[in-house]
Structures are given as C-alpha cells and as structure tokens.
Design a protein around this ligand. Structure first.
Ligand SMILES: *Cc1c(COP(=O)(O)O)cnc(C)c1O
Length: 453
C-alpha cells in the first residue's frame, strides 16, 4: 500500500473557534477611513447606515482573536474544515524537488471561499433585523455566496452583477436565482449611479467599482436594507482567516512548514485568508515565510498602482481608504477572471505590502489558463480562472526550485472551481484569449482621478 499522504481532512471538532485579526500584530496602526463627501474621518454612525453594528465593530477591532458564533460554526461545518492536498502528480509532472500543497476552497456550496464571510455577514444582519441586503458581484461568486447565505437566514438579496459577467456567465445568475437572489446587470436602471453610467455610455460593460456604487446607493436609500462586501474590508479578511488557520494545522499533520504561501488577489480577502496566519509569524516571531499575492497583469493594483487614498467604488459613495489603487475610474478589460477585476486592494494587504511583509506579482491570463489546464490534467480539479493565477505562480516557484535544486514547501489557495467558467476554457482552447498589457498612458489617466484629501 502506498504510504504517501495525499490529503489531510480535519474533523468538525477542529474547526477554529476564533477568527484571527492581524490588526493586533501590525507594527503600525492602520490608516483611518474618510467620509467621501466631507473628507473627515468616517464615523460609526455614518457607516451604520449601510453596515450592521457587529460588522462595524469587527471592521475597527484590534482584538487578536474574535469568537465565531455557534450558529455560524454550525453552517460553516457543511464544508469546513476544507481539505489540504499534496499535489504529488503535479510535482512529478514538473519534475521539481519542491513540495506543493493546495487548500481546496471549491468544496463550499457556492464553489469558492466566499461563503466563509457571506455566512457570518448574513448572520449579523439577521441578528440586527436586516430584511434585505444589496450587493455587487463580478464573476458571480460573491453574489451566489450571499444568495446562499440569504436563503439560510431568510434575508432577501439583491445583486448588481457586472454586465460583462452577466452576459458571459448565465449559469452563475441562475445559481443565484436558485437560492432566491434577485439579479440585475450593472450598470442598471435601478439606481442613479447606474442611470448616469448608461447615459454616458449605453454600451458600458460595467466594473466592480460601478456595481458597488449601485449596491451602496440601494442600501443607503432603504431602511430595511444593508450592504455587504465580499472582499477588501478588514472584517472580510478576518472571516477568511479560517483558511490559513486550518492550513497551518494540516501542514503540521503532513509534518511540513510553509516556505512560500501563494494566493490570487482580487480585493485581497482570499489571499488574506490563507496568508495572514502565516504573516503573523513574520510579524511577531521574525519568521520569513514568503507570502505572494498574484494579480492579473490587466488589473495590476498591487504591482503598478499607487499607495494612496481612494474611493472603494466608481461613483465615490464609499469611504476613502488608503490602499494600492489604479484609480476608482479604472475600467479593466473584460478578462475572464471576473473576480479579479477590482481597481483597489484591501487596506490591510496594501499596508503589509508597503511595509515589506508580503510580495506581489502580476501574471497574464493566457499563462494562467495554461497553468489551470496543467493542474486539471494532473490533479484533476478544474480551477476557477481566478485561482489559476495562484497556480501559475506556484508552478513558477516550483520550476525555480528545479533550477536551484531547493526543496521548498509551497502552499497555494485553490480558491474555487471552474465549473461555471467553461466558456472561458472554451475560448482558451480555441486560442481566442489575449493577454492585456496596461499602457503607461492608461495608468496615468486613471490615477489622475485620485481624490485630494
Ligand atoms: C472572488 C474570487 C477571488 C478573488 O478573491 P479576493 O478575496 O477578492 O481577492 C478568487 N478566487 C475565486 C474563486 C473567487 O471567486
């Protein structure tokens, strides 16, 4: 019998009882958020119009460990703890001395890591009497996750879905509708932000920033409605840390410690989720685990953006946050990793990058799909196009080890499955996908729109 350990699955009893809050261990306190209209620090009362109190408390908290309510744990146990695999077939195909591990988040009902935060967000909303939640979605992963959570807690969910994805991914919309979500293509005629965008350009393909404007406007105008964000903010990164906390325990069972931790980067939460518990050791024990955030070359906020104050959305309705940003007017090309088309980045991830505790890299979509197909043909699971960016970087690191002979341990986050992304795979197989290089001129134009504080 083969003695190779292929995966580690933890029992329900090993589900972490607390989320890890990296704010407690930062060497400098995070920057404040500012009100978009007044330019003054945003007050909890102002933020309370769109967020429930407990979510705001977590957003501002510097407590190291935050307890996960029992009701939330019971739902998370549907798919958590999620498995950690050793990619032995991929390792062999690469002929690398490196060991490669992947944390498989595609086991959630919605097929990605996003329900890890959708469930607690819906729970806190329910507890505080919210009847309806408005949100945006790019590829449809967040909209489906929140629709799922809304179904579980009896909350109506309205989803503004970026138009390019609405058209490319009809099955994601149907999945949301199966869970009871109400979905419109963004820009829509349902909000002022949407109507303004359509008046300027009726063919507007939408962006995450614009869809956020629509959802925030919707929530701000109705007493029964709050807003929920699926990435970027501190409380979302917090909820995702289960990924890294479980991974650390699972690596122990493999008798391994991570040298390189890799995750793709859209708004930063799946990266934060896997990496922050490892970054903690860099911050507090002087360890040197390399934590690598991988973004698309077509939307390169971490590698080519400015570290500056900017709005979280296109219309300038959200608080102004210090982050790596391409400018809130940035319109990313219609690449197939819809979940990575965001102009900004998590302020926590941004600060850690600025302070040198993590690294960032940009990769193009064609090499990402090549990595995804190599992964599917060796390890079997079909990755989401977003996750494929992490696979590309993990494979490149393993190939680097082949050159140098180093036996590094590489862990990456397989953040979701690609079962709803088959039309993108089809385009890839037909050779119809292109790489996009953002020009210096385009970058300069979109950065010119940064607000003055
Ligand atoms: C949304 C999404 C991402 C991007 O996550 P962020 O937390 O915003 O960086 C990555 N992978 C999958 C499968 C997603 O659905």
């Amino acid at each position: 019998m083969s003695s190779v350990l292929r995966k580690v699955i933890l029992p329900d009893s090993e589900l972490p009882q607390h989320w890890y809050n990296i704010v407690a261990d930062l060497h400098h306190p995070p920057e404040a958020m500012y009100h978009p209209a007044t330019g003054q620090p945003a007050t909890p009362e102002q933020m309370g119009v769109i967020f429930p109190n407990e979510i705001l408390r977590q957003e501002m908290s510097s407590e190291r460990w935050i307890e996960i309510p029992d009701e939330v744990q019971d739902i998370l146990k549907l798919w958590r703890p999620s498995p950690l695999y050793r990619a032995i077939v991929l390792e062999k195909a690469l002929d690398t001395p490196a060991k490669i591990f992947y944390k498989w988040e595609g086991v959630s009902p919605a097929g990605s890591h996003k329900p890890n935060t959708a469930i607690p967000q819906a729970y806190y909303n329910k507890k505080e009497g919210t009847k309806r939640i408005a949100t945006e979605t790019g590829a449809g992963q967040w909209g489906s996750s929140l629709s799922l959570a809304g179904a579980m807690f009896g909350i109506e969910v309205k989803v503004y879905m970026v138009k390019v994805s609405y058209e490319q991914k009809p099955y994601r919309r149907m999945l949301m509708e199966s869970w009871g979500g109400k979905v419109v293509a963004s820009p829509s005629a349902d909000t002022q932000a949407g109507r303004d965008a359509l008046a300027k350009d009726p063919a507007n393909q939408g962006s995450l920033g614009l869809a956020i404007s629509e959802a925030v406007e919707d929530a701000a105008q109705r007493d029964d409605t709050k807003y929920a964000l699926g990435s970027v903010l501190n409380h979302v990164c917090l909820h995702q840390t289960l990924i890294g906390l479980e991974t650390k325990k699972q690596l122990e069972a493999f008798d391994e410690t991570a040298d390189i931790v890799v995750a793709c980067h859209g708004g930063g939460s799946n990266f934060a989720g896997l990496a922050f518990p490892f970054v903690a050791d860099n911050l507090t024990q002087g360890k040197k685990v390399r934590c690598l955030a991988v973004e698309p070359a077509s939307c390169p906020s971490l590698t080519r953006g400015s570290y500056a104050f900017d709005y979280g959305d296109t219309a300038g309705l959200t608080p102004i946050m210090k982050m790596y940003t391409l400018g809130h007017d940035f319109m990313p090309p219609g690449i197939h990793a819809g979940g990575l088309r965001y102009h900004g980045a998590s302020p926590l991830v941004s600060q850690l990058l600025k302070e040198g505790f993590i690294e960032a890299r940009a990769v193009n979509q064609v090499p990402s799909f090549e990595a995804a197909v190599q992964f599917a043909r060796t390890e079997g699971f079909l990755p989401a196009p977003e996750s494929s960016h992490a696979i590309r970087a993990a494979i490149d690191e393993a190939l680097e080890c082949k050159k140098t002979g180093q036996k590094k341990t590489i862990v990456f986050n397989l953040s979701g499955h690609g079962h709803f992304d088959l039309s993108s795979y089809e385009k890839f197989f037909r050779g119809e996908l292109q790489d996009y290089a953002l020009s210096e001129a385009e970058l300069k134009t979109s950065l010119a729109g940064l607000p003055n504080l």
